[in-house]
Ligand binder design. Structure first.
Ligand SMILES: Nc1nc2c(c(=O)[nH]1)N[C@H]1C(S)=C(S)[C@@H](COP(=O)(O)O)O[C@H]1N2
Ligand SMILES: [Mo]
Length: 252
């Protein structure tokens, strides 16, 4: 763990290096400190690296803005959705009693959780804004089990660096680093505005992280894998979105 003054030094080093000797040298410096995002190889690679590295060094522990209840949007807006698969319809018909979230990878004890199991964990809630990259946003109260709590239950190994989360929706997955995974505003969300999470919003279970943009909040999640290396997943860019040209890290 690096302390704050050291962080400041690295950040000013990154900025000074970017100014004096070009972005490539700054990116090399970020690499030295393990702050290179998995999608850094694309056209925006150097910019991605600088955004991610400076955010991680300066604002790792900051909280996203929370709102009073009076600001909850009267009409939250679920985005367009692929038709549900037969498997999903079967689980929905059973009231999601058979829904399972399996957690594996670099953990001491791979475990599978029902929604009831997750509801019996200490709950965390916040009233925050969900912002879509397409320009709309709304404020809602979200509630769920802190991802940090679930990770503690399964015993994350010390070498772990990322959590990959996979939707029941085909080809829909993403990942976050440990700083976001253990962040107090990151949780496995099963409730919204006082009710169970509605299916259009990802019910029975979605990832909810307040420090990143809407598309990182994957709906219908059934599987988490803890890993030290994102190269092993898909095309190695850290998410299906990154494979489609969107940024892997979308800090707000
Ligand atoms: N499984 C799944 N998760 C998803 C999406 C999706 O299409 N499928 N869309 C993402 C995008 S682009 C946004 S902006 C948010 C929107 O959340 P909402 O539909 O609850 O408003 O969900 C994200 N999670
Ligand atoms: Mo979005």
């Amino acid at each position: 763990m690096i302390n704050l003054s050291r962080r400041r030094l690295i950040v000013s080093g990154l900025a000074a290096t970017a100014a004096a000797s070009g972005l490539a040298a700054a990116a090399r410096m970020a690499q030295t400190y393990g702050l290179v995002p998995p999608d850094c190889g694309g056209i925006y690679g150097l910019g991605e690296t600088l955004t991610y590295a400076s955010q991680r060094l300066l604002t790792r522990h900051s909280l996203a803005r929370e709102f009073p209840r009076s600001r909850i949007s009267p009409r939250p807006f679920p985005n367009e959705q692929a038709p549900p698969t037969e498997d999903f319809k079967r689980l929905q018909a059973g009231g999601f009693a058979d829904w399972r979230l399996s957690v594996d990878g670099m953990v001491a004890q791979p475990t599978s959780f029902s929604i009831a199991d997750l509801k019996s964990c200490p709950s965390r809630g916040h009233i925050t804004e969900l912002t879509c990259e397409e320009g709309w946003s709304y404020i809602a109260e979200w509630i769920g089990a802190p991802l940090s709590h679930v990770l503690n239950l399964v015993g994350v190994l010390p070498q772990a660096r990322y959590v990959v989360y996979v939707s029941m929706e085909p080809d829909t997955w993403d990942s976050i680093d440990m700083a976001d995974a253990l962040h107090p505003q990151t949780f496995l969300c099963y409730g919204m505005n006082g009710n169970d999470l509605p299916v259009p919003h990802g019910g029975p279970l979605r990832m909810r992280l307040a420090r990143q943009i809407g598309y990182k909040n994957i709906k219908f999640i059934t599987h988490l894998t803890v890993t030290d290396n994102l190269k092993k997943f898909g095309k190695g860019l850290g998410s299906a979105a990154a494979e489609a040209g969107y940024a892997w890290y979308t800090g707000i």
